[in-house]
Design a protein around this ligand. Structure first.
Ligand SMILES: NC(=O)c1ccc[n+]([C@@H]2O[C@H](COP(=O)([O-])OP(=O)(O)OC[C@H]3O[C@@H](n4cnc5c(N)ncnc54)[C@H](O)[C@@H]3O)[C@@H](O)[C@H]2O)c1
Length: 262
């Protein structure tokens, strides 16, 4: 068998992957998983120290809400011959749990990080990909983009990523660029620390909503992102993949509480 035929379509050898939010819980799993699949990994975060414990081939330090800084970072990579073949837009954050916590400033802040911040990175990288004839983009959104589970401004921003990914899929498919979205359910990462401080039993209250009876892990999100970034998903673009332990498949508590198990 020829060498190319034997190669797994899920390997990323020879590809450069830029991962934003690489210092976070899911970001570190993405960096680990993409590196293990053979990619050259460029980790980006808003502070250098956040990347200290992550094995990376290259670092890019910028705040995704700073459009000029994000574009400059992508331009520097391209000028160094290190333009990314893959972007995983993973940086994100929410603090406003319900509508009562949302005012104009909060709305703007959560959209700036979670929607415009993704645009600020992906847009220049996408232009470079189109110039070079191809690439793959994976957005880490959330189940909140699909139905309401709280965090209204964050949810609106993440739903915007679904629309943005579909626009890229349709308008840049001819340039060889694919764009897809992952919607994770709850994942125990530092993003939950502030909730756990407020309510130490909060994860016990989350579990009855999940058909698999557990949360998904950062590694499970990363493996799904690897699939969508790889040639194993060469025919998939504009798709939305829930990695959510079954949360969006239906309403487990309704079935249990209203209909009973018998
Ligand atoms: N943890 C969950 O339950 C969960 C569920 C669904 C989706 N997500 C999404 O997964 C992604 C990763 O989240 P996580 O759970 O690993 O959280 P995390 O807080 O551990 O990591 C988020 C990372 O994004 C970076 N970041 C935040 N704002 C930034 C900015 N303005 N500029 C640059 N970098 C910035 C942080 O520094 C951090 O390294 C986020 O987009 C989040 O919305 C998380």
């Amino acid at each position: 068998m020829a060498r190319d035929e034997a190669a797994s379509p899920f390997r990323l050898d020879g590809r450069r992957a830029l991962i934003t939010g690489a210092g976070g819980g899911i970001g570190q799993a993405l960096a680990r998983t993409f590196k293990a699949a053979g990619a050259t990994v460029i980790g980006a975060d808003r502070e250098e120290s956040l990347l200290d414990n992550v094995a990376l081939d290259r670092r890019a330090v910028f705040d995704v809400t700073d459009r000029e800084a994000a574009a400059a970072a992508i331009n520097r990579l391209e000028a160094a011959g290190a333009a990314p073949d893959i972007v995983v837009s993973n940086a994100g954050r929410t603090r406003a749990e319900t509508l009562d916590a949302v005012d104009g400033a909060v709305w703007e802040r959560e959209l700036a990080i979670n929607l415009t911040g993704a645009y600020n990175v992906v847009s220049p990288a996408l232009a470079a990909m189109a110039r070079r004839g191809g690439g793959a983009i994976v957005f880490i959104a959330t189940v909140n983009a699909l139905a309401h589970y709280g965090n209204p401004a964050y949810a609106a921003a993440k739903a915007g990523l679904v629309a943005y990914a579909k626009a890229i899929a349709v308008e840049r498919g001819a340039a060889g660029v694919r764009a897809n979205v992952i919607c994770p359910g709850s994942v125990r990462t530092p993003a939950w620390d502030h909730r756990l401080q407020r309510a130490p039993d909060i994860l016990d209250r989350v579990l009855p909503h999940y058909p698999l009876g557990r949360l998904v892990t950062p590694d499970e999100v990363a493996k799904a992102a690897l699939f969508l970034a790889s040639d194993g998903a060469s025919g998939i673009t504009g798709a939305v993949l829930a990695v959510d332990a079954g949360l969006t498949a239906g309403n487990l508590r309704f079935v249990n509480d209203v209909l009973g198990r018998g």
